[in-house]
Design a protein around this ligand. Sequence first.
Ligand code: AMP
Length: 361
Amino acid sequence: VRVGVLGGGQLGRMLALAGVPLGIEVRCLERTPDAPAAAVAPLTVGDPGDPEVLAAFAAGVDVLTYEIEGLPEPALAQVAASTPLRPGLPSLHAASDRWLEKQLFAGLGIPAARTLPVSDRTGLAAAVRELGPCLVKTRRGGYDGRGQVAVRGEADLPAAVELLPAPGGLVAEELLAFDAEVSVLGARGLDGAVATWPLPGNVHRDGILRTSRPPAPVPARVAAQATTYLTQLLTALDHVGVLALELFVVGGRLLANEMAPRVHNSGHWTIEGAETSQFEQHLRAVTGLPLGCPAARGSVAMVNLIGTAPDAAAVLAVPGAHLHLYGKEPRPGRKLGHVTVTAADEATLSARLAALATVLP
Ligand code: AMP
Protein backbone atom coordinates (compact mmCIF):
# COMPACT_ATOMS: atom_id res chain seq x y z
CA VAL A 1 0.00 0.00 0.00
CA ARG A 2 1.26 3.46 -0.86
CA VAL A 3 0.24 6.32 1.42
CA GLY A 4 0.77 9.83 0.09
CA VAL A 5 1.42 12.39 2.80
CA LEU A 6 0.91 16.08 2.07
CA GLY A 7 3.80 17.71 3.86
CA GLY A 8 7.21 16.23 4.61
CA GLY A 9 8.22 17.64 7.98
CA GLN A 10 9.06 15.63 11.09
CA LEU A 11 5.52 14.24 11.24
CA GLY A 12 5.89 12.86 7.71
CA ARG A 13 9.27 11.49 8.65
CA MET A 14 7.88 9.62 11.67
CA LEU A 15 4.90 8.36 9.62
CA ALA A 16 7.30 6.98 7.01
CA LEU A 17 9.39 5.26 9.69
CA ALA A 18 6.26 3.67 11.17
CA GLY A 19 5.20 2.41 7.76
CA VAL A 20 8.32 0.35 7.10
CA PRO A 21 7.58 -2.66 9.38
CA LEU A 22 3.96 -2.71 8.20
CA GLY A 23 4.99 -2.88 4.55
CA ILE A 24 3.33 0.49 3.95
CA GLU A 25 5.21 2.80 1.64
CA VAL A 26 4.92 6.43 2.62
CA ARG A 27 5.63 9.15 0.08
CA CYS A 28 5.60 12.83 0.86
CA LEU A 29 4.78 15.95 -1.12
CA GLU A 30 6.77 18.89 0.13
CA ARG A 31 8.13 22.20 -1.14
CA THR A 32 11.69 21.84 0.08
CA PRO A 33 13.89 18.92 -1.07
CA ASP A 34 15.82 18.73 2.21
CA ALA A 35 12.71 18.50 4.43
CA PRO A 36 12.88 16.07 7.41
CA ALA A 37 10.98 13.29 5.62
CA ALA A 38 13.42 13.25 2.69
CA ALA A 39 15.90 11.11 4.63
CA VAL A 40 13.43 8.23 4.99
CA ALA A 41 10.76 8.54 2.27
CA PRO A 42 10.51 9.25 -1.44
CA LEU A 43 9.81 12.96 -1.61
CA THR A 44 8.03 14.71 -4.44
CA VAL A 45 9.20 18.30 -4.47
CA GLY A 46 6.26 20.56 -5.17
CA ASP A 47 3.68 22.85 -3.63
CA PRO A 48 0.83 20.85 -2.05
CA GLY A 49 -1.25 23.97 -2.66
CA ASP A 50 -0.91 23.66 -6.44
CA PRO A 51 -3.85 21.68 -7.90
CA GLU A 52 -1.79 20.18 -10.75
CA VAL A 53 1.03 19.09 -8.47
CA LEU A 54 -1.55 17.63 -6.09
CA ALA A 55 -3.32 15.66 -8.82
CA ALA A 56 -0.07 14.18 -10.16
CA PHE A 57 1.04 13.19 -6.65
CA ALA A 58 -2.36 11.64 -5.82
CA ALA A 59 -2.29 9.54 -9.00
CA GLY A 60 0.78 7.71 -7.68
CA VAL A 61 -0.62 6.63 -4.30
CA ASP A 62 -3.49 4.51 -2.94
CA VAL A 63 -4.61 6.88 -0.20
CA LEU A 64 -3.85 10.49 0.66
CA THR A 65 -3.32 11.92 4.11
CA TYR A 66 -1.68 15.06 5.46
CA GLU A 67 0.67 16.24 8.17
CA ILE A 68 0.08 19.94 7.53
CA GLU A 69 -3.09 22.03 7.49
CA GLY A 70 -4.17 25.04 5.45
CA LEU A 71 -4.38 22.95 2.27
CA PRO A 72 -6.46 24.05 -0.73
CA GLU A 73 -9.84 22.47 -0.14
CA PRO A 74 -11.36 22.76 -3.66
CA ALA A 75 -8.30 21.10 -5.23
CA LEU A 76 -8.35 18.39 -2.57
CA ALA A 77 -12.05 17.76 -3.15
CA GLN A 78 -11.32 17.09 -6.82
CA VAL A 79 -8.43 14.77 -6.11
CA ALA A 80 -10.42 12.95 -3.39
CA ALA A 81 -12.93 11.83 -6.01
CA SER A 82 -10.33 9.34 -7.30
CA THR A 83 -7.89 8.91 -4.40
CA PRO A 84 -9.38 8.60 -0.91
CA LEU A 85 -8.43 11.48 1.38
CA ARG A 86 -8.24 10.43 5.04
CA PRO A 87 -9.02 12.25 7.28
CA GLY A 88 -11.60 13.78 4.96
CA LEU A 89 -12.38 17.36 4.10
CA PRO A 90 -14.77 18.07 6.99
CA SER A 91 -11.90 17.48 9.44
CA LEU A 92 -9.46 19.59 7.48
CA HIS A 93 -12.02 22.34 6.99
CA ALA A 94 -13.02 22.61 10.64
CA ALA A 95 -9.41 22.63 11.84
CA SER A 96 -8.26 25.20 9.28
CA ASP A 97 -9.95 28.12 10.99
CA ARG A 98 -10.06 28.87 14.72
CA TRP A 99 -13.53 30.39 14.52
CA LEU A 100 -15.03 27.44 12.62
CA GLU A 101 -13.38 25.15 15.13
CA LYS A 102 -14.97 26.97 18.05
CA GLN A 103 -18.36 26.79 16.33
CA LEU A 104 -17.95 23.05 15.84
CA PHE A 105 -17.12 22.68 19.55
CA ALA A 106 -20.16 24.76 20.50
CA GLY A 107 -22.43 22.69 18.25
CA LEU A 108 -21.32 19.51 20.03
CA GLY A 109 -21.61 21.04 23.50
CA ILE A 110 -17.83 21.05 24.01
CA PRO A 111 -17.00 24.06 26.22
CA ALA A 112 -14.28 26.51 25.16
CA ALA A 113 -12.96 29.93 26.17
CA ARG A 114 -15.28 32.80 25.21
CA THR A 115 -14.24 33.73 21.67
CA LEU A 116 -15.25 36.44 19.21
CA PRO A 117 -14.39 36.79 15.52
CA VAL A 118 -12.57 40.03 14.69
CA SER A 119 -12.10 41.56 11.25
CA ASP A 120 -11.29 45.23 11.88
CA ARG A 121 -10.15 47.79 14.48
CA THR A 122 -13.67 48.47 15.71
CA GLY A 123 -14.30 44.76 16.18
CA LEU A 124 -11.00 44.38 17.98
CA ALA A 125 -11.78 47.18 20.43
CA ALA A 126 -15.28 45.80 20.99
CA ALA A 127 -13.93 42.29 21.61
CA VAL A 128 -11.40 43.56 24.15
CA ARG A 129 -14.15 45.53 25.94
CA GLU A 130 -16.40 42.46 26.00
CA LEU A 131 -13.81 39.83 26.95
CA GLY A 132 -11.33 41.78 29.07
CA PRO A 133 -7.76 40.45 28.87
CA CYS A 134 -7.62 38.29 25.78
CA LEU A 135 -5.43 36.48 23.32
CA VAL A 136 -5.81 37.67 19.75
CA LYS A 137 -4.99 34.96 17.21
CA THR A 138 -5.06 34.69 13.44
CA ARG A 139 -7.95 32.46 12.40
CA ARG A 140 -5.82 30.62 9.88
CA GLY A 141 -2.24 29.46 9.65
CA GLY A 142 -0.83 30.25 13.11
CA TYR A 143 1.28 27.65 14.89
CA ASP A 144 3.73 27.36 17.78
CA GLY A 145 2.54 30.69 19.19
CA ARG A 146 3.01 32.58 15.92
CA GLY A 147 0.18 34.87 14.93
CA GLN A 148 -0.83 35.46 18.57
CA VAL A 149 -0.82 38.60 20.67
CA ALA A 150 -1.90 38.87 24.31
CA VAL A 151 -3.96 42.00 24.95
CA ARG A 152 -4.04 42.86 28.65
CA GLY A 153 -4.57 46.58 28.20
CA GLU A 154 -4.60 49.55 25.78
CA ALA A 155 -0.82 49.35 25.34
CA ASP A 156 -1.07 45.93 23.71
CA LEU A 157 -3.62 46.97 21.09
CA PRO A 158 -1.16 48.16 18.38
CA ALA A 159 0.50 44.73 18.24
CA ALA A 160 -2.91 43.11 17.80
CA VAL A 161 -3.85 45.64 15.10
CA GLU A 162 -0.78 44.49 13.19
CA LEU A 163 -2.33 41.04 12.92
CA LEU A 164 -5.48 42.42 11.26
CA PRO A 165 -4.32 41.98 7.63
CA ALA A 166 -3.98 38.20 8.20
CA PRO A 167 -5.97 36.26 5.58
CA GLY A 168 -9.18 34.99 7.14
CA GLY A 169 -9.18 37.56 9.94
CA LEU A 170 -8.71 37.07 13.66
CA VAL A 171 -10.35 35.73 16.76
CA ALA A 172 -10.11 37.18 20.24
CA GLU A 173 -10.22 34.61 23.03
CA GLU A 174 -10.62 35.24 26.71
CA LEU A 175 -7.15 34.96 28.31
CA LEU A 176 -7.46 32.00 30.66
CA ALA A 177 -5.60 31.51 33.92
CA PHE A 178 -5.56 27.75 33.49
CA ASP A 179 -4.41 25.17 36.03
CA ALA A 180 -3.02 22.82 33.38
CA GLU A 181 -3.00 22.02 29.72
CA VAL A 182 -3.84 18.55 28.51
CA SER A 183 -4.49 16.91 25.18
CA VAL A 184 -6.48 13.91 24.18
CA LEU A 185 -5.49 11.93 21.12
CA GLY A 186 -7.28 9.08 19.47
CA ALA A 187 -7.84 7.42 16.15
CA ARG A 188 -10.92 6.31 14.29
CA GLY A 189 -10.65 3.45 11.84
CA LEU A 190 -12.32 3.04 8.48
CA ASP A 191 -14.86 0.76 10.20
CA GLY A 192 -15.70 3.44 12.79
CA ALA A 193 -13.77 1.82 15.64
CA VAL A 194 -12.21 4.34 18.05
CA ALA A 195 -9.05 3.94 20.15
CA THR A 196 -7.84 6.71 22.47
CA TRP A 197 -4.53 7.10 24.29
CA PRO A 198 -4.15 8.12 27.93
CA LEU A 199 -4.10 11.94 28.15
CA PRO A 200 -0.78 13.69 28.63
CA GLY A 201 -0.33 16.85 30.63
CA ASN A 202 1.39 19.42 28.41
CA VAL A 203 3.66 22.33 29.30
CA HIS A 204 4.05 25.17 26.79
CA ARG A 205 6.47 28.10 26.88
CA ASP A 206 6.18 31.04 24.48
CA GLY A 207 3.31 29.19 22.78
CA ILE A 208 5.53 26.19 21.98
CA LEU A 209 5.03 22.73 23.45
CA ARG A 210 7.92 21.80 25.76
CA THR A 211 6.88 18.58 27.49
CA SER A 212 4.10 16.00 27.37
CA ARG A 213 3.67 13.49 30.17
CA PRO A 214 0.81 11.08 30.72
CA PRO A 215 -1.24 10.67 32.76
CA ALA A 216 -2.52 14.25 32.79
CA PRO A 217 -2.92 15.83 36.27
CA VAL A 218 -6.71 15.50 36.27
CA PRO A 219 -9.19 13.18 38.01
CA ALA A 220 -10.28 10.10 36.04
CA ARG A 221 -13.71 11.72 35.55
CA VAL A 222 -12.15 14.72 33.79
CA ALA A 223 -9.96 12.52 31.60
CA ALA A 224 -13.02 10.49 30.65
CA GLN A 225 -14.87 13.71 29.75
CA ALA A 226 -12.03 14.76 27.44
CA THR A 227 -12.11 11.36 25.78
CA THR A 228 -15.86 11.71 25.28
CA TYR A 229 -15.34 15.11 23.60
CA LEU A 230 -12.74 13.60 21.27
CA THR A 231 -15.00 10.68 20.40
CA GLN A 232 -17.85 13.10 19.64
CA LEU A 233 -15.58 15.02 17.27
CA LEU A 234 -14.29 11.85 15.59
CA THR A 235 -17.84 10.69 14.96
CA ALA A 236 -19.30 14.06 13.93
CA LEU A 237 -16.53 14.56 11.37
CA ASP A 238 -16.63 10.94 10.16
CA HIS A 239 -12.90 11.22 10.81
CA VAL A 240 -10.51 8.47 9.73
CA GLY A 241 -7.02 8.69 11.24
CA VAL A 242 -5.57 10.34 14.33
CA LEU A 243 -7.21 13.42 15.84
CA ALA A 244 -5.75 15.55 18.63
CA LEU A 245 -7.72 17.88 20.88
CA GLU A 246 -5.91 20.34 23.15
CA LEU A 247 -7.74 21.46 26.27
CA PHE A 248 -7.26 23.77 29.22
CA VAL A 249 -8.11 22.66 32.73
CA VAL A 250 -9.65 25.53 34.69
CA GLY A 251 -10.96 24.84 38.20
CA GLY A 252 -11.60 21.18 37.39
CA ARG A 253 -13.41 22.07 34.16
CA LEU A 254 -12.23 21.41 30.62
CA LEU A 255 -12.20 24.11 27.94
CA ALA A 256 -11.25 23.04 24.42
CA ASN A 257 -8.46 25.05 22.81
CA GLU A 258 -7.88 23.63 19.36
CA MET A 259 -7.82 20.41 17.41
CA ALA A 260 -5.45 18.94 14.85
CA PRO A 261 -6.74 16.40 12.31
CA ARG A 262 -3.40 14.61 12.21
CA VAL A 263 -0.62 13.15 14.31
CA HIS A 264 0.41 15.68 16.95
CA ASN A 265 3.48 16.70 18.93
CA SER A 266 1.78 15.83 22.24
CA GLY A 267 1.48 12.24 20.96
CA HIS A 268 5.17 11.66 20.26
CA TRP A 269 5.53 9.86 23.60
CA THR A 270 3.48 7.00 22.11
CA ILE A 271 6.42 5.83 19.94
CA GLU A 272 8.15 4.18 22.90
CA GLY A 273 5.45 4.75 25.52
CA ALA A 274 2.38 3.02 24.09
CA GLU A 275 1.53 -0.37 22.63
CA THR A 276 0.69 1.36 19.35
CA SER A 277 2.27 4.67 18.38
CA GLN A 278 0.21 7.50 16.92
CA PHE A 279 2.15 7.14 13.67
CA GLU A 280 1.44 3.43 13.29
CA GLN A 281 -2.17 4.01 14.34
CA HIS A 282 -2.67 6.74 11.77
CA LEU A 283 -1.33 4.48 9.02
CA ARG A 284 -3.48 1.59 10.22
CA ALA A 285 -6.56 3.83 10.15
CA VAL A 286 -6.05 5.45 6.76
CA THR A 287 -5.21 2.13 5.07
CA GLY A 288 -8.24 0.35 6.56
CA LEU A 289 -6.28 -1.93 8.90
CA PRO A 290 -7.57 -2.75 12.40
CA LEU A 291 -6.54 -0.24 15.07
CA GLY A 292 -3.90 -1.27 17.62
CA CYS A 293 -4.03 -1.17 21.41
CA PRO A 294 -3.38 2.40 22.67
CA ALA A 295 -2.43 1.48 26.26
CA ALA A 296 0.67 3.05 27.82
CA ARG A 297 3.67 0.86 28.64
CA GLY A 298 5.05 1.97 32.00
CA SER A 299 5.93 5.56 32.81
CA VAL A 300 6.85 7.94 30.00
CA ALA A 301 7.41 11.60 29.16
CA MET A 302 8.43 13.53 26.07
CA VAL A 303 10.67 16.60 26.01
CA ASN A 304 10.93 18.74 22.89
CA LEU A 305 14.31 19.95 21.64
CA ILE A 306 13.73 23.57 20.65
CA GLY A 307 16.17 25.89 18.90
CA THR A 308 19.48 24.31 19.89
CA ALA A 309 20.57 20.72 19.32
CA PRO A 310 21.71 18.86 22.45
CA ASP A 311 24.81 16.74 22.85
CA ALA A 312 23.51 13.37 21.63
CA ALA A 313 25.94 11.35 23.74
CA ALA A 314 24.94 13.18 26.90
CA VAL A 315 21.22 12.63 26.18
CA LEU A 316 21.76 8.96 25.43
CA ALA A 317 23.73 8.49 28.64
CA VAL A 318 20.48 9.11 30.55
CA PRO A 319 18.85 5.74 31.24
CA GLY A 320 15.58 5.28 29.36
CA ALA A 321 16.22 8.25 27.04
CA HIS A 322 15.23 7.81 23.39
CA LEU A 323 16.54 10.49 21.05
CA HIS A 324 14.67 11.61 17.93
CA LEU A 325 16.38 14.19 15.75
CA TYR A 326 14.53 15.59 12.76
CA GLY A 327 17.55 16.57 10.64
CA LYS A 328 16.69 20.28 10.76
CA GLU A 329 19.04 23.24 10.90
CA PRO A 330 19.02 24.87 14.36
CA ARG A 331 17.05 28.12 14.52
CA PRO A 332 15.50 29.89 17.53
CA GLY A 333 12.07 28.50 18.35
CA ARG A 334 12.39 25.63 15.88
CA LYS A 335 11.46 22.07 16.85
CA LEU A 336 14.67 20.13 16.12
CA GLY A 337 13.74 16.86 17.75
CA HIS A 338 12.45 15.31 20.94
CA VAL A 339 13.55 12.96 23.68
CA THR A 340 11.21 10.37 25.13
CA VAL A 341 12.17 9.04 28.53
CA THR A 342 10.72 5.76 29.72
CA ALA A 343 10.86 4.12 33.15
CA ALA A 344 9.17 1.36 35.11
CA ASP A 345 7.61 3.80 37.60
CA GLU A 346 6.90 7.52 38.05
CA ALA A 347 9.62 8.14 40.66
CA THR A 348 12.33 6.66 38.40
CA LEU A 349 10.95 8.64 35.48
CA SER A 350 11.13 11.91 37.45
CA ALA A 351 14.75 11.19 38.41
CA ARG A 352 15.63 10.45 34.79
CA LEU A 353 13.91 13.64 33.60
CA ALA A 354 15.91 15.64 36.15
CA ALA A 355 19.10 14.03 34.81
CA LEU A 356 18.05 14.85 31.25
CA ALA A 357 17.36 18.48 32.16
CA THR A 358 20.98 18.92 33.24
CA VAL A 359 22.31 17.94 29.79
CA LEU A 360 19.83 19.83 27.60
CA PRO A 361 20.90 23.24 26.25
P1 AMP B 1 -2.57 27.62 20.42
O1 AMP B 1 -1.73 27.92 19.22
O2 AMP B 1 -3.95 28.14 20.33
O3 AMP B 1 -2.53 26.17 20.78
O4 AMP B 1 -1.88 28.38 21.63
C1 AMP B 1 -0.56 28.06 22.05
C2 AMP B 1 -0.46 28.16 23.56
O5 AMP B 1 -0.79 29.48 23.99
C3 AMP B 1 -1.43 27.27 24.31
O6 AMP B 1 -0.96 25.96 24.42
C4 AMP B 1 -1.48 27.98 25.65
O7 AMP B 1 -0.32 27.72 26.42
C5 AMP B 1 -1.50 29.44 25.23
N1 AMP B 1 -2.90 29.86 25.02
C6 AMP B 1 -3.64 29.71 23.91
N2 AMP B 1 -4.89 30.18 24.06
C7 AMP B 1 -4.96 30.67 25.32
C8 AMP B 1 -5.99 31.31 26.08
N3 AMP B 1 -7.20 31.57 25.58
N4 AMP B 1 -5.68 31.68 27.35
C9 AMP B 1 -4.45 31.46 27.88
N5 AMP B 1 -3.45 30.87 27.22
C10 AMP B 1 -3.69 30.46 25.94
